[in-house]
Design a protein around this ligand. Structure first.
Ligand SMILES: [Zn+2]
Ligand SMILES: [Zn+2]
Length: 307
């Protein structure tokens, strides 16, 4: 509580000296959720009027629902803080001024992060942007990023596999993609890229792959389930001969899990520990897509005694 000195220099609170109005909101007099000289609602409304101004002194038509949506949150101060974060404010401002389209493609240009995802979901919830499968969209973006880091011919092959094998199956799912499936798909891509890189090191190409090559590779690596799917597809597409990828013997049970089962487990773990550091870490892995999420899941599952 603010303290003031009274006539005899004793410390008293503002209410006692009758100055309550002086410390209320300068716009509406409210004492609720104050931020500096304003209450939360007045501050938020002022911020939004400035940020979403289309240049004529009024909020952009298409961003009006976002304004209403944010003004309806329980504690406007959280919205004020959120709006301050980069890249939220500059993006909204540019959208309002017509410098960036009010479209998903604008968010596709932002860094892949939890914050961008939350931003996108918020614009969808506020009916500013149409509903899309957010993780599927992120998978496309993450894949495009990864493919720029590997040799062009490997990228072309993986892109083709994704387009003709993975994507149709993902699109046919009845429910939107989960973070577990997302992480799993990205792991898959990395494993195939690693296999193609290994082939190159051996001065081999996909059409030259035979059973002896696969046996040699399988002996030195995990992730055979993923490789099996890829090679089955490649053989069916006439890119290599049909080969048998050995199944893992006496491995941990998780090693033999299907993609779907692993994804479900990952999703469950994430849901269980959503707020713990481990949960955060796993969620982070899902976003940065370059981490061994399967081993993380194994550790958790064993620790919990449910494996
Ligand atoms: Zn008092
Ligand atoms: Zn106010």
């Amino acid at each position: 509580m603010l303290a003031y000195l009274d006539a005899v220099s004793a410390r008293v609170c503002a209410a006692c000296v009758g100055w309550v109005d002086r410390i209320g909101c300068r716009d509406c007099g409210s004492h609720e959720q104050l931020i500096g000289s304003q209450c939360g609602s007045c501050r938020l409304s002022e911020r939004l009027a400035e940020l979403l101004d289309d240049g004529t002194g009024t909020v952009h038509d298409r961003l009006q629902p976002l304004r209403d949506y944010l003004l309806s949150v329980k504690d406007p101060r959280t919205a004020v803080r959120w709006l301050k974060r980069d890249p939220i404010a500059p993006t909204l401002r540019s959208m309002a001024r017509g410098q960036l389209p009010i479209a998903h493609t604008t968010l596709d240009e932002l860094p892949l992060s939890m914050r961008t995802r939350h931003f996108r979901r918020l614009l969808i919830s506020a009916n500013v942007l149409p509903e899309i499968d957010v993780f599927l969209n992120e998978l496309e973006l993450a894949l495009a990023q990864v493919l720029t880091t590997i040799p062009e011919e490997h990228a072309r092959l993986i892109r083709r596999y994704h387009q003709w094998h993975t994507l149709p199956r993902l699109r046919n799912r009845p429910k939107p993609m989960t973070t577990g499936v997302f992480a799993n798909r990205m792991r898959n891509v990395r494993l195939i890229a690693a296999f193609l890189a290994w082939l190159q090191e051996q001065h081999l190409q996909l059409p030259m792959v035979d059973q002896a090559v696969i046996d040699r590779y399988s002996a030195s690596t995990s992730g055979r389930d993923e490789l099996r799917q890829f090679l089955t597809w490649a053989a069916r597409s006439g890119l290599c001969v049909k080969v048998e990828v050995p199944r893992v013997r006496n491995g941990p049970p998780q090693a033999a899990m299907s993609d779907e089962a692993l994804a479900e487990l990952t999703g469950r773990v994430l849901a269980d520990v959503a707020l713990s550091p481990v949960g955060r870490l796993l969620a982070l892995f899902a976003i940065v897509y370059a981490q061994p999420i399967r081993s993380s899941v194994e550790l958790r599952a064993r620790g919990g005694g449910t494996a």
